[in-house]
Design a binder for this molecule. Structure first.
Ligand SMILES: *[C@@H]1O[C@H](CO)[C@@H](O)[C@H](O)[C@H]1NC(C)=O
Ligand SMILES: *[C@@H]1O[C@H](CO)[C@@H](O)[C@H](O)[C@H]1NC(C)=O
Length: 243
């Protein structure tokens, strides 16, 4: 029995000792850790060391969140909306035709509107009769718009002082006798429809020449309510098609 008690007592005192050693170890570990953290983060104690700093009033409400920067005021005037600044765009045909299909619901315009005639040229490259057309358009800048659909491979450009300068719309390849020609004409028409000032649309090829002066053509077209094919054609012109 004693034998059994001895180890128990011994183990008990040993356990106590172990407990004390554990406690000491634990405390020293805590001390070491504390020292280490103080060495590592020397500023750790600053909040306790500098109580003289004016502490924020607990009753002070938190500063209101700074309002988000006011959105830049859009200077969207009516005139900047009406005539497109150019004919260059990156719309697909589908996007272009959708935009061109929009029409104002009000007939009356809140601005002075001069009906313009859109001249739509379907050409391969340079317009061979450009000098003649330049003469035709001279002095009537407010009454017409020009749109040119050339072969996409054409990289030339009329001189900067030409009325044709910068009027080349994004184009696609066309083929004679092919539906691609209809698509090209649709592209020209849709581009012209983006400008609400355009009221009449003249489809022209590079072989067309003006046979009347601008005043006469403009007055004739804007005064007419019908679509016209070969408007100035006489017997000879119709004979072209053997009809
Ligand atoms: C056209 O350009 C605009 C920005 O310049 C871009 O967001 C848009 O995706 C382009 N559209 C096409 C069809 O490439
Ligand atoms: C345009 O032509 C018409 C008829 O041919 C003529 O009466 C008119 O004077 C011409 N206008 C100009 C500016 O040449």
């Amino acid at each position: 029995m004693k034998d059994t008690n001895k180890p128990t007592r011994a183990s008990r005192s040993g356990g106590k000792l172990l407990y004390v050693v554990h406690m000491l170890l634990f405390l020293s570990l805590g001390f070491v850790l504390g020292m280490a953290s103080m060495a590592k983060f020397p500023n750790f104690n600053i909040p306790f060391v500098v109580p003289s700093l004016p502490s924020p009033k607990p009753s002070a409400p938190p500063p209101p969140p700074t309002p988000p920067p006011a959105p830049q005021k859009l200077q969207m005037g009516l005139m900047s909306f009406l005539p497109p600044s150019g004919v260059i765009h990156n719309m697909t045909d589908e996007e272009l035709f959708w935009r061109a299909s929009m029409a104002p619901k009000q007939r009356r315009t809140p601005y002075h509107r001069v009906p313009k005639v859109a001249f739509l040229f379907l050409v391969r490259g340079d317009l061979p009769l450009r000098p003649l057309w330049e003469k035709f358009f001279a002095g009537h800048r407010e009454l017409y718009t020009i749109y040119v659909h050339a072969d996409p491979s054409y990289t030339g450009s009329p001189p900067e002082d030409s009325v044709f300068y910068g009027r080349m719309i994004p184009s696609q390849k066309t083929k004679w006798g092919d539906v691609s020609l209809v698509e090209a004409e649709s592209r020209l028409l849709a581009s012209a429809l983006l400008d609400h000032g355009n009221e009449r649309f003249v489809l022209l090829s590079e072989a067309c020449i003006p046979v009347r002066n601008f005043t006469t053509v403009h007055a004739f077209l804007t005064g007419s309510a019908t679509s016209i094919v070969d408007s100035y054609g006489d017997g000879d012109c119709r004979a072209r098609y053997d009809r």
